[in-house]
Write a protein that binds this ligand. Structure first.
Ligand code: FUC
Length: 816
């Protein structure tokens, strides 16, 4: 076969190339019936489809060619996501036009500023007085006036608070016109979750094309490798585009193509927005490469690899030099070595924990087809795939040294104006992202969150002073990379416990790892969060119980008694009280364990005993507020008043009335909701030991998600992926009550047989086990020699000690 002649001369502009690619319709594609060898694969038999119009707003300040717009119609909900903890990429798998959506975790507009109103606390006594007197609407007026900037949006807006944004698109346009007329067969695009590599293969005109996309952690690069099995069959143009604040440039003539820009930070003279840059290079075998001002063109190659590095000045002024050095470094290596190192690095984390659930015929189907089928018949192994997909997303977006934790879209945003700023929402979403970290054996992936909490504790000290004149730290519910902790426009000043909830993650990390050094280092965060509440809790008028005031139950409202007006503003919402109870306990226990701060621990114990308790209403449900108010939205997505059931632990089988009340509350809230809400409910039902109901919620979550398994709020929000993964772990193993309870909530559909390896239990334990017909068969627990472990399985309570080998193994039928 002779080398093909490029249809597009190298001199043709990017616009013309992309425009032409748009005119040349994507060829007809038929898929391959062969599923990937790795069962833990998400896969498609076709490229991502094109939408009639792009999602998200378009702006005029992007790379010069509006012709890049057609690419943005390619649906990222059918892409396959990879990442290295900082760089993310989504492979859409097109034939004529391949779109790889790029992310870098610090591509944020906005910047560092003090959003606090420093004298807000002066109104606090009056706000409390009104709240306690039942003048809720007046209290709200005063709160809004004194806790919120008079210039409204000027302190909390995309241009100040900022917005997480896509880095842009890597576009690869096929310029090999010779095969335009030929159909494409045997198409398959799969993401191997265990290696983090997306492989796309197809046949066209007698040539088999193979592409691999991966994000390398060892080499800090996104790599797209293209191969053809006939010499000279690869010809394409590659470029970088972005809908806003972008220009293309030649970073090194003849070698490196780039895109750069500066994002908006509209904050007076201090407003210098983040600068970013992405660099693209290519290695080519058996063909020609030209690097021009519009991109890189490759003609007649057998194999070509595109390498992308990127960075921003958020963390280093030398980001461009670093990206260039990274590009030079990776391009010097053998591509197979680069690929294998990336896969091994990702795989090492993924392989730590495995899950097998009953396999049906559906497991051979492409993922979107499988999602359709699951509505007709159960597909337990799909939950195992979802579980590993969630772990893959965490490994890909949050490594031990990642500069930032996973935001609302992880590191997979396709837009410039991401929903809800693509920020760190701490009234559930950010915490949910990290629920699977410990139980699914990705403990170090938890650390970027802990570092953000550390940063928030610093900014949050100013917030605590400003709104409460209090010591310690607190934060409201939206954070950005600069650890913004003040109130947002929408919920100025009501909820004060987001920081307390975040601090739970210190306890979680310690409980699983027993890492005393970690606890000692982070004890000040627990202490600071507790100090704030110790200083600000106030006795409520009826019984003198300690409560938060002001307060809310995110983000539900209630009907104010004696009228038809409603509000979300209150004092002592159940959720606040539960979080503080947990926080005080964690802090006091940590102090005792570290043999420090004894007086403080005693104060916490005393205050804890006076906190308003979780109570049941006359209908037997857990009360969401301190009084039995009627909720504005009975089916509200937030189920905050069950925080004490999950992720808290105060509602448990040893509190049977509350346990039953939680069930009633959940029944009343209903099942169907937004993505993350259903994920939370799957966790609740697991804690309530109802496996079938958890499985139902999981099915709703997965079934209402995107074809690529991304959770849909809608829109795409990654929290539900992580929450769903955590729920699966809660169904199989629970350890929050001091035992290792196996199969606490096993659904009937998963009962026939299954196997878990490398799951983690509190107490620094690693647990493998298998089951048959709903009964645990074999158990292996790795831990510290001499440690006493209580295992609960099949209603039996088994007390054992880890032997000197560090490995405890037994089979259940052997037991008396
Ligand atoms: C909370 C939720 C919304 C959404 C947003 C990001 O405010 O109530 O449903 O998830 O966060």
């Amino acid at each position: 076969m002779s080398p093909r002649i490029s249809f597009f001369p190298a001199a043709l502009s990017l616009g013309a190339v992309l425009f032409a690619a748009n005119l040349v319709a994507e060829p007809q594609v038929t898929g391959s019936a062969t599923p990937p060898a790795e069962p833990m694969s998400v896969w498609f038999e076709a490229p991502a489809r094109s939408l009639s119009k792009p999602r998200g707003a378009m702006t005029k300040t992007g790379t010069k060619d509006a012709a890049a717009a057609p690419a943005r119609k390619i649906d990222f909900l059918q892409s396959l996501p990879v990442g290295n903890g900082r760089l993310g990429a989504m492979d859409c798998g097109g034939i004529e036009l391949e779109r790889v959506i790029l992310n870098e975790s610090s591509v944020w507009s906005g910047g560092d500023y003090d959003g606090n109103m420093h004298d807000a606390y002066k109104s606090l006594p009056e706000i409390r007085k009104k709240l306690f007197a039942g003048d809720i609407l007046d209290a709200k007026k005063l709160l809004d006036k004194s806790f919120r900037w008079a210039d409204g949006t000027k302190r909390y807006h995309n241009d100040q608070f900022g917005c997480y944004q896509t880095l842009g698109d890597l576009l690869v346009v096929d310029t090999d016109a010779g095969n335009d007329a030929e159909a494409v067969s045997d198409y398959r695009r799969d993401l191997n979750l265990m290696t983090g590599v997306v492989t796309t293969t197809f046949k066209r005109g007698g040539v088999t094309y193979t592409r691999e996309l991966f994000a390398s952690k060892p080499d800090e690069a996104i790599v797209l490798r293209l191969r053809a099995d006939k010499p000279g069959a690869l010809s394409f143009r590659a470029t970088l585009a972005r809908p806003a604040q972008a220009e293309n440039f030649t970073a090194r003539p003849g070698e490196i193509f780039g895109m750069r820009g500066q994002l908006t930070f509209d904050f007076g003279k201090d407003g210098k927005g983040v600068c970013y840059a992405a660099l693209l290079g290519a290695n080519v075998a058996g063909g020609k490469k030209a690097v021009g001002k519009d991109g890189i063109s490759v003609t007649g190659a057998n194999e070509a690899t595109l390498f992308l590095t990127a960075g921003t000045d958020m963390h280093s002024p030398k980001f461009l030099k670093t990206a260039e050095a990274q590009l030079d470094g990776v391009m010097k290596k053998q591509i197979q070595d680069v690929r294998d190192a990336a896969a091994a690095d990702h795989g090492a984390l993924m392989a730590r924990c495995r899950l097998e659930l009953p396999v049906t015929d559906s497991s051979k189907l492409p993922t979107p087809e499988r999602l359709k089928q699951m509505k007709k018949r159960p597909d337990p192994a799909l939950a195992a795939l979802y579980f590993q997909f969630g772990r893959h997303l965490l490994v890909s977006s949050s490594r031990a040294d990642s500069p930032l934790p996973a935001n609302l879209q992880g590191i997979w945003a396709e837009e410039v104006n991401t929903p809800w700023h693509g920020d760190f929402h701490s009234n559930i979403n950010l915490q949910m992202n990290y629920w699977p970290a410990e139980p699914t054996n990705l403990s170090e992936c938890h650390l970027p969150l802990i570092r953000l909490i550390d940063a928030v504790a610093k900014t949050g000290a100013v917030t605590a002073k400003s709104y409460y004149n209090a010591p310690g730290w607190m934060c409201y519910h939206t954070q950005n990379p600069w650890a913004f902790s003040g109130p947002s426009n929408t919920s100025a000043g009501a909820g004060s416990t987001c920081g307390g909830w975040l601090a739970q993650h210190i306890r979680m990390h310690y409980d699983y790892t027993l890492d005393e050094k970690f606890l000692r280092e982070n004890y000040p965060l627990l202490r600071g969060a507790s100090e704030f509440f110790l200083a600000t809790l106030t006795p409520e008028p009826k019984h003198g119980r300690l409560v938060t005031a002001p307060s809310n139950s995110p983000e539900n409202g209630y009907v104010i008694p004696g009228g038809n007006k409603s509000s979300s503003l209150t004092y002592g919402a159940t959720y606040d009280q539960q979080i503080i109870r947990d926080l005080f306990e964690s802090t006091a226990n940590a102090a005792r364990l570290l043999k420090t701060d004894g007086d403080f621990a005693a104060k916490l114990d005393a205050a804890r005993a006076k906190l308003a308790p979780t109570r049941l209403g006359t209908d037997g449900r857990i009360m969401e507020w301190i009084e039995e108010y009627k909720e504005v939205e009975p089916h509200h997505r937030h189920v905050s008043h069950l925080w004490g059931l999950h992720p808290g632990t105060e509602i448990n089988p040893n509190t049977p009335e509350l346990f039953a009340g939680a069930r009633k509350s959940l029944e009343a809230r209903g099942d169907a909701s937004t993505g993350w809400s259903m994920a939370w409910k799957a966790n609740f039902w697991a804690r309530l030991r109802d496996g079938d109901r958890s499985a139902k919620l999981l099915s709703l979550l997965i079934g209402n998600g995107a074809p690529n398994l991304f959770c849909l709020h809608p829109p795409f929000q990654i929290d539900g992926n992580f929450g769903g993964t955590a729920a699966i772990s809660e169904m199989l193993l629970q350890s929050h009550d001091g035992t290792v309870t196996l199969l606490p909530a096993l659904p009937k559909a998963w009962a026939s047989a299954g196997r878990v390896s490398g799951m983690r239990a509190r107490g620094d334990l690693t647990v493998d086990f298998s089951w048959k017909n709903g009964a645990v068969e074999s158990v292996k627990i790795t831990g510290k020699p001499g440690k006493a472990v209580v295992i609960v399985a099949g209603g039996k309570r088994i007390e054992k000690t880890i032997p000197s080998s560090g490995v405890l193994e037994f089979t259940l039928p052997d037991l008396p």
